[in-house]
Design a protein around this ligand. Structure first.
Ligand SMILES: CC(C)(C)S(=O)(=O)N[C@@H](Cc1ccccc1)C(=O)N[C@@H](Cc1c[nH]c[nH+]1)C(=O)N[C@@H](CC1CCCCC1)C(O)(O)C(F)(F)C(=O)NCCN1CCOCC1
Length: 330
């Protein structure tokens, strides 16, 4: 089997991407954020208190003839930006882009934090990390990818995220029309459950390439690119008027600045992030100060290769044994 679905930016600065999925019988369509940085599939539901729902589509298990309560099971998750949710668990038929998993664990929210309530374009998440990270207790549940894997033509899914445009996620096949040249693969270390791998180095603008192993996670659910402070200061040293603002919690610069590109290595291959991706957003609609798409990871404890980096490439998440991740120019 295979599947293919759209990855649609939820706002004009690509803060996140959502994908249409269907749950249950008859199918209920929700827009979910496919997130390789976590492994819970959770949705706004008919069980979510109405004062916590603001425009989101909800999953109603009682309206689905194929839903089953996974009795006695609960879940609770906290994300890196402090947001979180918790609830109960059903199994039901779940489809992404024509690829169906019967009795997928669907985690129905009984409570969501305010940032989820405020994000009306996001009806929940599909965790595509390793199932070891799933928070359902007493027995943890498998991700959509892990459930689908035995039926996939190839044990892969791919991410083709785009700058200010709709991209795609494919399951079970690698679409050679979506990239140019070869795919360069590198080893993934799957503990504790992220797609953890190394970059082989970086360069700023037309500067020399600095070879160094930089370990981090490729995370479709994180907006920006977070790297070690030394690399980030080297980058912003090239930007007139840039400063690391305590007030804004990161590097800001005059929106009129000319930014250099940023290149990262995967083994021997090189991927260049255009300057426009790093001129992330104005700090407020009328401001002439802009916030960078490359920020320091020092507060996170982990380097995160988020959407700003991933949208510069065609990325193959390979569930083979051992797992690996591939990058190609597009
Ligand atoms: C633009 C921005 C200022 C950087 S943002 O912070 O607002 N962007 C958020 C994403 C977002 C999109 C839309 C609306 C609101 C928030 C962002 O990039 N958050 C990151 C990480 C971060 C921390 N600090 C700065 N950024 C995050 O938490 N990403 C998680 C998914 C998000 C959660 C909020 C909703 C959108 C999806 C994540 O799963 O990718 C993660 F990997 F970072 C994470 O937290 N994974 C949870 C891992 N646990 C480990 C223990 O077992 C359970 C799972």
């Amino acid at each position: 089997d295979t599947g293919s679905a759209a990855a649609i930016p939820i706002n004009e600065v690509d803060i996140a991407y959502v994908t249409p999925v269907t749950i249950g019988t008859p199918p209920q369509t929700l827009m979910l954020d496919l997130d390789t940085g976590s492994s819970d599939l959770w949705v706004f539901s008919s069980l979510t208190p109405s004062n916590q729902v603001r425009g989101q589509e909800i999953y109603s298990p009682t309206k689905s003839s194929t839903s089953k309560l996974l009795s006695g099971h609960t879940w609770s998750i906290r994300y890196g930006d402090g947001s979180g949710s918790r609830g109960t668990v059903y199994t039901d038929n779940f489809t992404i882009g024509g690829l169906e998993v019967k009795s997928q664990a669907v985690q129905a929210a009984l409570e969501v934090s305010s940032s989820f309530t405020q994000e009306q374009s996001l009806d929940g998440l599909v965790g595509l990390g390793f199932s070891a990270l799933n928070t359902v207790r007493p027995s943890s549940q498998l991700t959509f990818f892990d459930n689908a894997r035995p039926n996939l033509d190839e044990e892969v899914f791919t991410a083709d995220l785009k700058y200010h445009a709709t991209g795609s996620y494919d399951f079970g096949f690698i679409d050679s029309k979506k990239y140019a040249g070869n795919i360069t693969y590198t080893a993934v270390q799957q503990s504790p459950g992220y797609w953890t791998h190394s970059l082989s180095g970086y360069s700023v603008g037309s500067g020399a390439f600095h070879a160094s192993q930089i370990s981090g996670i490729s995370d479709t659910g994180t907006t920006l690119l977070y790297l070690p402070t030394a690399i980030v200061t080297a980058y912003y040293r090239q930007v007139q008027g840039a400063q690391n603002s305590q007030y804004y919690g990161g590097y800001v610069f005059p929106c009129s600045s000319t930014l250099p590109t940023f290149t990262f290595g995967i083994e021997g291959a090189r991927f260049t992030i255009p300057a426009s991706y790093i001129n992330y957003t104005r700090i407020s609609p009328t401001s002439t100060t802009c916030y960078g798409g490359l920020q320091s990871s020092s507060g996170l404890g982990i380097n995160i290769f988020g959407d700003v980096a991933l949208k510069a490439a065609f990325v193959v998440f390979s569930g083979t044994n051992p797992p690996r991740i591939g990058f190609a120019i597009k």
